[in-house]
Design a protein around this ligand. Structure first.
Ligand SMILES: Nc1nc2c(c(=O)[nH]1)N[C@H]1C(S)=C(S)[C@@H](COP(=O)(O)O)O[C@H]1N2
Ligand SMILES: [Mo]
Length: 554
């Protein structure tokens, strides 16, 4: 650089930064235009083929079990939103970087966009629910639009300079001209400002309007219209075997205790689906096949509706529920007794010589969930549920059909959007969660929770109602005890029992004295087992330990 004046050097440096900045902006625009295009095309193909959804799904499947468990615990049902925002954040950074790179190396930058398209396309076609090569289309279209736009925009940054060689590839020359005639900033004299602004504005407007259009569509939920219509047309018949009326005393009149029946809207949701599957009940089929199935069967929704239905209250729990956590709920389910259907297919339990000991349920979105055949056939009310709390299943809870097995955690029993049941063995097949280090067999652990007072509440001295729920599905709750600080365990009052498959409310009138106190609860089930104080993590087969709440009495 000998002989170049200081000013010229500074000017050159500023010019480079400006080029990088404009390049990064071009990258961002191209990136968003690519995403908008991909989303638009995915709306036509199917929502799950969107690169964000596909890459997100692939990320979920590859997330280490511990991280996923952490995400479920910390973000709850928002875990998916957090993941998608994270993906958008990463894409934004990558787009900025690619744009800056493209300002210097135009072809490489544009090629980089195509590489992202390739990643998105591969992710979309390798998702378990992908059945068609058409799933690459959103990523491919997005990548082509993004690459062309980036190429064009970055080209504007260097063209328009009369002396510039035509398509001078990848040089910085254009920016170093110290003077410009037209009064533009001298550092970027060589760029086609008008062309850039026009193209950038057009791209931004197109991307923004597509984005708004897509938002509107997702808000009014026009996706899966057939599924919505099919759900609206369903009238659930009266069950052949109704649930016994819930005893009057099963629901305590205490504020802040979990209601005995959890409303569907408030029912916890845990699954790996970034887009809730919208399945048309009309075309839905369930296939039952595998080892020991002598009569392979495919049933339709209408056929299930014609079978004798059972109606039962069953408390569902998630293995990711921490002690004191919210992932447990009690609903009234209506459906077909699974054992009836399996017997019609010739399935026998292993204890009667049947060759299969694992029932693998497969959902439309590729989830696999394995349950012990013995449990499903042992007389408990395992069912293919068609309804929840008096209406067809909500989409988020598995419409049109899901499994529910009393006593087993959801990840080993409660397959939503089910479409296939395969009889196999635990030796031969590891379902989704087992591949990720969760247990093969996971009966629900006896648990109890304090719903009120809330942690760090400040009740007044005097009688304070301590209350909550306890569950030990299919064994039943026999006793709940409460301890204040390090005092003796004292029996809580138990609400009436509905069935052994449902949770039980409890209450304990506490003579609270002022100061800080720790309230602890434990339950004992009908087998005589008292909930252990040994704290374990949720992985691999559910958390154990006692729930405590610290309060300050005024
Ligand atoms: N298809 C599908 N079914 C699924 C899951 C899933 O991720 N995909 N998650 C399971 C888990 S871990 C639980 S705890 C229950 C939760 O059911 P809910 O969301 O209706 O409460 O669904 C089970 N069924
Ligand atoms: Mo779960």
């Amino acid at each position: 650089m000998a002989g170049v004046s200081k000013e010229a050097k500074t000017s050159r440096r500023r010019g480079v930064w400006r080029l990088v900045g404009l390049g990064a902006s071009s990258g961002l625009l191209a990136g968003y235009a690519a995403l908008a295009t991909a989303e638009l095309v995915s709306a036509a193909v199917r929502p799950e083929s969107s690169p964000v959804v596909a890459v997100g799904g692939a990320a979920i499947d590859r997330t280490p079990a511990g991280v996923k468990d952490w995400a479920i615990r910390h973000f709850g049902t928002d875990d998916k939103l957090v993941l998608q925002l994270g993906i958008l954040g990463v894409l934004t950074l990558l787009a900025l970087a690619l744009g800056a790179l493209a300002a210097r190396y135009r072809r490489i930058g544009a090629a980089g966009v195509l590489v992202f398209g390739l990643v998105g396309g591969l992710a979309a076609t390798s998702r378990p629910d992908s059945t068609s090569i058409a799933d690459v289309l959103p990523s491919a279209a997005g990548a082509v639009v993004g690459a062309l736009l980036l190429y064009h925009l970055v080209g504007r940054l260097r063209s328009g300079r009369p002396s510039a060689p035509v398509e001078a590839p990848d040089t910085q020359e254009g920016v170093t001209t110290p003077e410009a005639e037209d009064g533009n900033h001298p550092e970027v004299a060589g760029w086609d400002r008008r062309g850039f602004v026009v193209a950038a504005t057009a791209a931004a407007a197109a991307a923004a309007s597509t984005g708004i259009g897509l938002l509107g569509r997702s808000l009014n939920g026009s996706q899966g219209r057939n599924a919505v219509v099919s759900r609206r047309r369903i009238t659930l018949p009266a069950p052949a075997s109704a649930a016994a009326p819930v005893p009057k005393g099963a629901a305590l009149r205490i504020r802040d205790v979990s209601p005995f029946v959890t409303p569907s809207q408030g029912f916890y949701r845990v699954d790996t689906a970034l887009v809730v599957p919208k399945v048309d009940a009309h075309s839905w089929r369930l296939r039952i096949h595998g080892k020991g199935v002598t009569r392979e069967t495919t049933v339709s929704f209408a056929e299930l509706l014609r079978m004798p239905l059972i109606e039962r209250n069953i408390t569902l729990a998630c293995v990711s529920n921490e002690v004191g956590g919210p992932y447990v709920g009690n609903a009234r389910w209506i459906g077909v007794r699974l054992a009836d259907l399996l017997r019609q297919c010739g399935v026998r339990p292993p204890s009667k010589g049947g060759p299969s000991d694992q029932l693998v349920a497969r959902s439309v979105d590729g989830m696999t969930i394995g349950s012990p055949v013995e449990d499903v056939l042992d007389g408990r009310d395992a069912m293919l549920a068609l309804g929840m709390n008096g209406e067809p299943l909500p989409f988020a809870h598995g419409f049109p059909v899901r499994m529910v097995v009393p006593g087993l955690y959801g990840f080993v029993s409660a397959c939503k959007w089910i479409q296939d049941i395969e009889l196999t063995t635990f030796d031969d097949y590891d379902p989704y969660w087992v591949k990720r280090n969760w247990a093969r067999r996971a009966p629900i652990k006896t648990q109890s929770r304090i719903d009120t007072p809330k942690p760090f509440a400040r009740p007044k001295a005097g009688t304070v109602m301590v209350a909550g729920v306890a569950w030990a599905q299919h064994r039943g709750i026999d006793k709940v005890e409460v301890r204040v600080d390090d005092g003796p365990w004292r029996r809580a009052d138990l609400a009436a029992e509905d069935t052994t498959d449902t949770w039980r409310q409890w209450s304990f009138p506490w003579k609270a004295t002022s100061g800080g106190h720790t309230l602890t609860v434990r339950a004992t089930d009908r087998t005589g087992q008292t909930q252990t104080d040994k704290r374990t993590r949720t992985i691999p087969d559910g958390a154990s330990g006692w729930h405590s709440v610290v309060v300050t009495v005024d």
